[in-house]
Design a protein around this ligand. Structure first.
Ligand code: IVH
Length: 697
């Protein structure tokens, strides 16, 4: 090869690699396999080595850091990004305002609220330090998001600099795409043969989460500010004034934001926004109500993932009629047989729907879980004309059946009594709405679903190992993943294997390496995440945290659960005594660890991991880990507020005094509990003492 030929070849390779990169990053639709990509890159590097002077400024060999499968850096939010509780009916709104007043122990008439559209986009947190935009992060799981700073800088209505802002200010709001921009984007995508987006929200999310910010820049995104995270100085003393302040600082805020005195005015504004909705140039899916007084917001605080001081009043679902072509049964992680409706595709509120959930056997028959009629007792049959409804992001449902359109040949649906995946009996236990496959892990569907759950975002969250890859590996004879431990032995087994992963279709040396690295990164895992990842029935994310906070170490937890096998043991009683643990959950947990097969599978997994103990919560609080009892009347706050506050500081609140009680807070009228505490020598303080104790924490 002479110099001229080398130069031409480098140019050709640069063009091919750039195209491959754009297809991979930009369209989420790779055009060449990883192996081909690798070989192009290798050839590029070889030629550069022979003709160093010809190396191009845009050489692919300089771009290792931005390798396609590398995701975004993670950002831990200084203040968690929460979601909102939902209200669907007017009664739910009245309940919300009533609940707020009750929690605070004040009259409802003393409260005012803001009401504003709920934008159907994705939330973004923008951090400004000394007026400079320094970081932008997506919500992620609420605690940790993705660093999308470069992308956020390309959004035209996000200010890069602020004047007169607090030294530290995190502005939160929604990134969205306008309808006209969305249509134009899809037309352009289609013309280029690139994938189109189902709706503006997907388009906004897909555009913001681009590894290449130049692609984000080309996409017409916009931002509405409606909240904040960390602030070094309060923005204002009310929600409304804080929003006005954000507007003054240069953020776009929603012009339909209004101040409302109570439920009636909230509903009035909801209706006004609902009427304006068809004319709005962007999608909204409800109206958000927030307590206006920020001091009250502070007192109200949060439940585990939602604030007590806000609620999202959703618009009613969108409806459409279509034909039910078939009913398929899906087998879930815990063996549940879930019927899925296969529909003649129909557009419901701008989204094409071809599947909907049918919940369970009784739902198809026209009965609810109490055996009462739903849909006037009409059953659902294959061939029926059915009404599909969709509310926001939730899975579409079948709401109704048009009996006048029922084909004569339609017969009642016979729900299977054996698992369609493994042939085991599918049993419906007394009181359970769900029929379950009894195959356990011999059922391939259960095993695969368990693995998918194991690698899901809130569990092990392994980059490059999603549902699709799990299915591939599950069916792979040479390098199978059939239980969680197999994930962590994959690299070792690959090393012993003749047909290497990197030689498989769709894999290259680079992608195989990346997967092994991503797996290694997750060997170190927190207790709560691990427990959640195991996918034990009734043991969800919250339960994972609950047990982690209680037992702190995995070993202590496993010992306790094993000791609790005997339901007359002290260990069983202790398990049930944990606030938030009921018999159903406790039994599911004990059963999982009692079954030899499952226990051993967990042990094989644990042998591959380094489990991080939970930290005692809020260890700098004087009540962390202590057991508190409130008695008598409280005058400055309600019992609910006091309890929530104590728990947020890491205390356990109990209803009765015992030797385990550390502190009694006794208001006027305290009776037998105060007496008992005195007898047991338990420290007792009054409400003012309590307020002083937790002030400033
Ligand atoms: S307030 C602590 N206001 O809805 C509460 N959220 O379902 C912070 N959203 O994650 C949220 N419009 O992405 C708030 N005007 C609005 C909103 C809004 C849309 C989104 C947001 C949030 C989700 C919760």
């Amino acid at each position: 090869m002479n110099e001229e030929a080398a130069k031409a070849e480098l140019a050709r390779l640069a063009a091919l690699l750039a195209k491959a990169n754009e297809a991979y990053h930009g369209q989420d639709a790779p055009e060449i396999s990883d192996a081909e990509y690798d070989s192009l890159k290798r050839r590029n590097a070889e030629i550069e080595a022979r003709f160093p002077a010809l190396k191009r400024a845009d050489s692919a060999s300089e771009q290792v850091g931005a390798a396609p499968s590398e995701g975004f850096a993670k950002v831990k939010h200084a203040v968690r990004m929460l979601s909102l509780g939902n209200a669907f009916e007017e009664g739910d709104v009245a309940e919300f305002t009533g609940r707020v007043a009750k929690f605070l122990g004040i009259e409802e008439s003393a409260l005012s609220f803001t009401a504003e559209p709920k934008i159907d986009g994705l939330s973004l947190s923008l951090r400004y330090e000394r007026g400079e935009l320094v970081q932008a992060a997506t919500r992620g799981d609420g605690e940790t998001g993705e660093n999308v700073t470069e992308n956020a800088r390309t959004i035209a209505n996000i200010p890069q600099k602020l004047t007169g802002a607090p030294e530290v200010l995190e502005v939160r709001g929604e990134v969205y795409m306008r309808h006209d921009d969305f249509e134009a984007l899809n037309v352009a995508q289609e013309a280029r043969g690139a994938k189109t987006f189902a709706n503006p929200r997907n388009a906004a999310a897909g555009s913001l989460r681009q590894l290449d910010a130049t692609i984000t820049r080309a996409r017409p995104l916009a931002f509405f500010a409606y909240a904040w995270g960390e602030v070094s100085d309060p923005l204002a003393d009310t929600q409304m004034k804080a929003i006005l302040r954000l507007k003054d600082l240069g953020f776009e805020t929603n012009p339909l934001t209004a101040l409302c005195a109570g439920t009636d005015e909230l509903i009035e504004h909801y209706n006004k926004i609902g009427t304006a909705r068809p004319e709005l140039p962007y999608d909204i899916d409800g109206v958000v109500y927030k307590v206006n007084d920020l001091a009250l917001q502070e007192r109200l605080g949060f439940r585990s993932t939602t604030p007590r001081w806000a609620v999202a009043h959703k618009f009613p679902a969108e409806l459409a009629w279509t034909r039910l072509e078939a009913i398929d049964i899906q087998v879930g992680r815990t063996g549940a047989l879930s019927p899925v409706a296969r529909l003649v595709p129909v557009t419901v509120g701008g989204v094409v729907v071809s599947n909907a959930t049918l919940h369970n056997e009784d739902y198809i028959k026209g009965r609810d879980n109490k055996g009462e009629d739903i849909r006037g007792g009409k059953d659902i049959r294959i061939g029926d004309l059915v009404q599909v409804y969709r509310a926001g992001d939730v899975i579409p449902k079948i709401a109704d059946v048009d009996l006048s359109q029922r084909p004569e040949s339609a017969v009642p649906y016979a729900f299977p009594t054996v698992c369609p995946e493994c042939g085991s009996d599918a049993i419906r236990e007394e009181g359970d709405a769900v029929r379950r496959c009894m195959g356990g892990l011999i059922c391939p569907a259960q095993a695969v679903e368990k693995l998918k759950h194991f690698v899901s975002r809130k569990a092990f969250d392994i980059d490059g190992l999603g549902a699709k890859q799990i299915e591939m590996f599950y069916g792979d004879d040479q390098l199978p993943i059939r239980e969680p431990a197999d994930i962590f032995t994959l690299e070792r087994r690959d090393a012993d294997n003749l047909t290497k992963l990197k030689n498989r279709e769709g894999w290259g040396a680079r992608s195989a390496e990346k997967l092994f690295e991503a797996i290694d990164e997750k060997r170190k895992i927190g207790f709560a995440r691990l427990l959640f990842a195991l996918g034990i029935r009734h043991v969800g994310e919250q339960a994972g945290k609950l047990f982690a906070n209680y037992y702190l170490s995995w070993e202590a937890f496993v010992n306790a659960v094993r000791a609790a096998e005997d339901e007359s043991s002290a260990a069983w009683a202790e398990l049930l005594n944990i606030d938030g643990v009921g018999e159903v959950m406790a039994r599911a947990l004990v059963t999982a660890f009692a079954q030899e097969y499952e226990r051993e599978s967990i042990e094989r997994l644990v042998a591959e991991l380094e489990i991080e103990d939970a930290e005692a919560v809020s260890s700098d609080s004087p009540v962390a880990g202590k057991t508190l009892v409130f008695t008598g009347a409280l005058e400055k706050m309600t019992r609910a507020e006091a309890k929530a506050r104590a728990e947020s500081l890491g205390a356990k609140v109990s209803g009765s005094v015992s030797a385990k009680t550390d502190l009694l807070i006794a208001g006027p009228g305290a009776g037998s509990k105060a007496k008992k505490a005195a007898e047991l020598g338990i420290e007792t303080i009054d409400e003012d003492g309590w307020i002083a104790l937790v002030a400033g924490l």
